[in-house]
Design a protein around this ligand. Sequence first.
Ligand code: SF4
Length: 454
Amino acid sequence: MSTPPLVPSPKVGFVSLGCPKALVDSEQILTQLRAEGYETAKSYDGADLVIVNTCGFIDAAVQESLDAIGEALHENGKVIVTGCLGAKKDASGDDIILKVHPKVLAVTGPHALAEVMDAVHLHLPKPHAPFVDLVPAQGIKLTPRHYAYLKISEGCNHRCSFCIIPSMRGDLVSRPIADVMLEAENLFKAGVRELLVISQDTSAYGVDVKFRTGFWNGKPVKTHMTQLVEALGELAAAYGAWVRLHYVYPYPHVDAIIPQMAEGRIVPYLDVPLQHAHPDVLKRMKRPASGEKNIERIQAWRALCPDITIRSTFIAGFPGETEAEFEYLLDFLKEAQIDRLGCFAYSPVEGATANALPDAVPEELREERRGRVMQLQETISKNRLQAKVGRTLRVLIDEVNRTGGVGRSAADAPEIDGVVYVKPPYEPHLKLKVGEFVDVKVTAADAHDLWAQA
Ligand code: SF4
């Protein structure tokens, strides 16, 4: 077996200013850097990046810190700032450091080990050593190589009465935006062509950290759904890849991402779990965004982005659901013309508060109502897919077989939506390949899938 070439360790310069508390912060950062395989550099020019831990206590300390940052920028150029001065704002609320030194790569306050390490990973990644690291840079994925799920947060602040996720996973915890973006970039670099953004409530991303500002590509980016989507769209465009959003509750700020879909920066697809339409049922379900006027919202989204695909899930036979409330749901579905729909008969989950609600709907009736929703949806879906016949669509190929290939258009998320059966191109040298995009002409449709010619 041949010995792998030695990859030199990345080197970080460190300037530590301030009091003993700042010194402890510096020690923790240096310890973490060493634990991850970084080396410390003794001079600015021997460093790949410099961290300056600042003090902001008195004017002289502020000046000393600003001078140290200036020197590091001048001598090295790649500078991350942490410490007390990082948390200080001037009278107009602007960040003092960024005002004087706009070229620093990232700024954090004191005791911010995780954020400092995020910034280091972003600007000076550890080289991946295949004989030492057990995990590839993009992590271990259970999905095919060309698509991957990107989890942006864990837990949920809502308390829907049929759900026990918050009691199992706790309240919303958003991942730092730099972490999320770095993972996305590693996935694209590893060949992922479609990124599926998931969480319990994608629209709430960043609420728990008060939409804290992080850094990506040297620019400040807020931990907020709209800014995340914008940054992911930009990154995906650089790799010619798709970004698809799941579990988006229809809060007003969601409207801001529809133009990005219309401009093709992210896939025009919204997975909005509505669960019901009748306001009283939604109230009993304790659903988030239940006061939103969903029909008007959907119509406005379609006016802005006519190609948008809307996916949703519904529950039939929720406790107390009357025939009139159920028919209200059917009327809503007729009007909303949702493209992709799943419907479940209500089923009590142990520990859910909905179990204590009066007037449970008998199981047979729950199933019957589910069947009526699915029957209606069959017709809606058939008509909507039929309207695509004759159009040219871009398809990502998931599978190649003897008769051609199976792929998905922007309207089809993996596993849950339909597929496009693709006949191979007429020219024998043009072959379908798994994980590649191909433009196809739709030739036929049924209620779930499309058939097309490459
Ligand atoms: S169903 Fe409701 S409570 Fe459960 S994860 Fe979704 S939003 Fe949160």
